[in-house]
Design a protein around this ligand. Structure first.
Ligand code: ARG
Length: 585
């Protein structure tokens, strides 16, 4: 189905053309003055400059050229040349009935599906997920769902941090603690034990310990770097330890992501890029892009238009080991071979922009990706505490993601808890807690920082996830009562008896348009604002209309259709944001 905006744009483009103006000027938009009209066409103002004519005269010409149609109820002109539009209720009813019949509520998938790789999550192996990992997971998951819904072929990849210094730090610290282990004996030829010489708890203690130590002990750092280099070069015992670290850490990461309802098609890591590095480096050298600078291998990526210096992109360190840039570049080689992406999106902390700027430039310049491949850095802002500084625990440490989710679930209060079973209460807290966290994040523009305010996020009132869920559960319970009355088959829009009913209907009719906008702009926040507005409109309508007392069959049919569609719109929307609603709460 065309969106209502498309329908109106079609009608007005024709009218502009017929009146002798450019058809493109007939684009309709949602009204900026809902008190005056439902939609607007503002092209007369633009046309005035081109055609050297007063906008009002142009608007009048357009009005005169408007063909008879079944869509428009009334057009008003407002100074200096706004074309204000009201649509016919009968059109709106037809349109909404069309939505109701379609499982995607009239949303049309793209006719030009792209291959899109979304790189998000980016957890570092052997480190517990913390608050800093929340946004990448939540935003990436939503962008994945939005693009898939839009009809693109989306491949999601967690891009584990599993090849850098943190691995060397753990390996070196282990060698200090347990030098007797066979992994450190270079003459050892046998099989390595199947069981890891540490468990998750150990790992979570070893890594921060080693990391802190490396910051104050230069010699320690050098040794950890050496271990990283030897690991990358393929030292047998280190590779075996690496595999143990992965085996211990990955299941825990997977558990955490699944708790967030986040999943990946691939759990590839930086280490998977390793095989692609030698050929990539050779090609960059052969083509004359990569050269040695102070021992390291670099590619210049400066551009004339730069208004700040952009340092060269380092390809290999002077000791020949791979760094963050190397693995990201080689991963692009792998992605091109495996997925031929039209677009690669990276959902990463915006403070990493320079890294990506250099990687992207280098990839384009050296031909690792085609000129037409779109590389998008989706940089997000920081999760702050109420003090406006990056969120910390009371003790001043970084908060583990799982602890944070526990805290939120604790905060969620369930009405009539006593009447429910313990399991149901637990599940409700999980469902509502997740909505609180995800909505609290996604409602903000991606690039903004936001304050993580548990009390606010978990509240059932205001612009929150729980409020949206609460509204949906309310609708479900009305539908249930109507079902008991046996009126289900009546659902069909026939007209609107109240202003608030029409308002809600209009909001619902915008569903497709909103989703297209959110996809086009990589902006889940657009969906959040939309469902908040829709939920509000529903609640206003609900307070004005005694739905269950209605017994005029035609009116009842329309009411039923309206609440069914409201639920449908909210349901698809929250799913695209990455959470679900319970049956009751
Ligand atoms: N592991 C990285 C970090 O913690 C994030 C990875 C982002 N993705 C990427 N392709 N570099 O900073």
């Amino acid at each position: 189905m065309d969106t209502v905006i498309e329908v109106l744009s079609g009608i007005f483009s024709q009218a502009f053309e017929k009146a002798g103006y450019d058809a493109g000027l007939g684009r309709a938009v949602v009204s900026a003055r809902p008190d005056l009209c439902q939609f607007q066409v503002n092209g007369a103002m633009g046309a005035a400059k081109v055609y050297h004519k007063a906008p009002m005269m142009i608007a009048k010409d357009v009005l005169a050229a408007l063909d008879e149609n079944e869509v428009i109820e009334r057009v008003d002109l407002a100074a200096p040349g706004f074309i204000n539009i009201m649509v016919k209720d009968s059109f709106l009813c037809r349109y909404l009935n069309g939505m109701l019949e379609d499982k995607n509520l009239g949303f049309e998938k793209t006719k030009e599906p792209k291959n899109i790789v979304i790189d998000y999550g980016g957890p570092n192996v052997a480190k517990a997920l913390h608050v800093g990992h929340l946004r990448s997971a939540v935003i990436g998951e939503s962008l994945k769902r939005l693009n898939r819904f839009a009809g693109h072929n989306v491949i999601s990849d967690a891009h584990l941090g599993d090849w850098g210094l943190q691995m060397g730090l753990i390996i070196y610290e282990l060698s200090v603690r347990k030098p007797e282990l066979c992994y450190f004996d270079e003459s050892y030829q046998g099989e390595y034990p199947e069981a890891a010489p540490f468990d998750l708890k150990d790992l979570e203690e070893i890594y921060p310990f080693a990391s802190a130590k490396s910051k104050e002990d230069e010699d320690y750092l050098i040794k950890a770097r050496n271990a990283t280099q030897e690991l990358q070069k393929g030292r047998r015992g280190y590779r075996a330890l690496w595999a143990h670290i992965m085996n211990v850490s990955l299941p825990d990461l997977k558990r955490n992501y699944s708790r967030l309802a986040v999943d990946f098609d691939f759990w590839k890591g930086e280490s998977d890029a390793d095989n692609y590095i030698p050929a990539m480096v050779k090609e960059m050298k052969d083509k004359g892009f990569a050269y040695e600078s102070q021992g390291a291998l670099v590619v210049d990526v400066e551009e004339e238009s730069d208004n700040q210096p952009i340092p060269p992109c380092m390809i290999l360190k002077s000791d020949g080991s791979a760094i963050y840039e190397t693995t990201d570049l080689a991963t692009l080689v792998q992605r091109k071979e495996d997925f031929s992406p039209d677009r690669v999106m990276y959902v990463v902390d915006k403070r990493q922009w320079l890294h990506f700027e250099r990687v992207f430039r280098c990839a384009k310049k050296t031909g690792i990706v085609d000129e037409k491949t779109e590389l998008s850095f989706i940089g997000f802002g920081t999760v702050n505490g109420k003090d406006g500084k990056p969120f910390k625990t009371r003790a001043g440490g970084t908060l583990k993601l799982s602890d944070m989710l526990d805290m939120v679930e604790d905060k969620v209060s369930i009405k009539g808890e006593e009447a429910l079973g313990a399991d149901e209460v637990l599940n409700l807290k999980k469902t509502i807690g997740l909505a609180a966290v995800k909505y609290g994040d996604l409602m903000n523009p991606i690039e903004s920082n936001y304050i993580f305010d548990i009390d606010k996020f978990a509240s059932f009132e205001g612009n929150t996830g729980p409020y949206i869920l609460y509204t949906m559960v309310r609708i479900k319970s009305i539908l249930e009562k109507l079902r008991e009355k046996g009126v289900e088959a009546l659902a069909c829009f026939n007209g609107f008896s109240l202003g608030s009913e029409r308002e809600l209907a209009l909001a619902l009719s915008r569903f497709s348009y909103i989703i297209h906008e959110a996809v086009k702009k990589d902006a889940p926040s657009i969906v959040c604002s939309y469902i908040y507005e829709t939920a509000n409109k529903f609640n206003v309508f609900y307070h004005e209309k005694k739905i269950l007392a209605e017994d005029d069959v035609k009116v009842l049919g329309s009411l039923l259709a309206l609440i069914k569609l409201t639920l449908g719109v909210l349901d698809i929307s929250i799913n695209l944001l990455g959470f679900n609603a319970p049956e009751r709460m």
